[in-house]
Design a protein around this ligand. Structure first.
Ligand code: MAN
Ligand code: CA
Length: 330
């Protein structure tokens, strides 16, 4: 009997450990309608919930925004507006081409009011409303930094992206990263939780995520669209999107909270070098999410299972004891 209960305990601990591990790898609730999950081609070349245009080409295992040819642009846009206050987008991509160091121009990840509008900002329109995160592979400006370079901009629809200065003018955060011509998967995470925007990268084989920048006081309303676009100029690259996963993050907001987020104007409350930006209490390491509803549910199920097992074991032990005492009595 003791053996049996030990086995049950081991099973329960493994179950709990497995659920916790599952939760760690998945930062929140996956939103399939905003995600891009392989395979991409069925009987037709359409992807449910996504539209694409210009040079974009769909294959089974990736979406190519531009080929390694000059003067191309392409984009891919989610069709469904996002009504989540807190989220994390993880995109895996492959940027590669014939140029060993000379390639261009990179790609942009968007969370904007507008969608499917082509233009000069990595293939998409300028004066956008919302967020653009730019993975820039070509140095247009004279600044003394190496490339590729990642920057981000929050726009209320009135500002121009500064292409000649690689977005320096309105950058809310940036970092250097080497992500071209890798033969392993490269990904970026954009996390927006409690008005804090954190961009992290996983571009070194088998290494963990590394933070690119983190800024607080970012206002991005709900109801905007996710998209991704790329462009080539005199120089080119293949810009391939391998997958997109959007997670809803549980930020433990009070129920029924409505603070006018549907009509808010995109803004950043202050501009500061990203590394100094650690003064807000809402800060937190990447993926340090609090316990999600799913985890609580699993723990509840485990507790229930444990209780059931205890009752059964207790009952069996009780019966055996009774039998033995009856035998002794006779
Ligand atoms: C040209 C222009 C630029 C572009 C570079 C690199 O100079 O099209 O806009 O950034 O080529 O492709
Ligand atoms: Ca550039």
């Amino acid at each position: 009997m003791a053996n049996f209960s030990k086995q049950i305990c081991v099973f329960l601990s493994l179950f709990v450990a497995f659920s916790l591990a599952l939760d760690h790898n998945e930062p929140g609730f996956l939103k399939r309608q905003h995600s891009l999950i392989k395979p991409y081609t069925g009987s037709s070349a359409s992807i449910p919930n996504w539209d694409y245009r210009d040079a974009t080409m769909i294959t089974n295992s990736f979406v190519r925004l531009t080929p390694d040819h000059q003067g191309k642009r392409g984009s891919l846009w989610n069709r469904i507006p996002v009504y989540l206050r807190d989220w994390e987008l993880i995109m895996s991509f492959k940027i590669h081409g014939g140029g060993r160091t000379l390639a261009a121009d990179g790609f942009a990840i968007w969370y904007t009011k507008q969608r499917m509008e082509p233009g000069p900002v990595f293939g998409s329109r300028d004066q956008f409303s919302g967020l653009g995160v730019f993975l820039d592979t070509y140095k247009n400006g004279p600044q003394a930094v190496t490339f590729p370079f990642i920057t981000a901009m929050v726009n209320n629809g009135s500002m121009n992206y500064d292409h000649a200065g690689d977005g320096r003018q309105n950058s809310i955060g940036s970092c250097l990263a080497s992500f071209r011509n890798k033969d392993f998967e490269t990904s970026i995470s954009i996390r927006y939780v409690k008005s804090r925007l954190t961009v992290s990268l996983n571009v070194d084989d088998g290494m963990d995520w590394r933070e690119c920048f983190d800024v607080g006081g970012v206002t991005l309303p709900v109801g905007y669209f996710f998209g991704v676009s790329a462009a080539t100029g005199d120089l080119a690259d293949n810009h391939d999107i391998v997958g997109v996963k959007l997670y809803e993050i549980d930020a433990h907001r009070p129920q029924g909270e409505d603070d006018g987020w549907g009509t808010a104007v995109p803004s950043v409350s202050f501009f500061k070098p990203p590394l100094d930006n650690t003064d807000e209490s809402a800060a937190g390491g990447f993926r340090n999410t609090a316990m999600s509803g799913f985890k609580i549910f699993l723990i509840f199920i485990c507790a229930l299972l444990g209780l059931g097992v205890c009752v059964v074991v207790g009952f069996v032990v009780f019966q055996k004891r009774q039998e033995q005492s009856r035998k002794r009595f006779y």
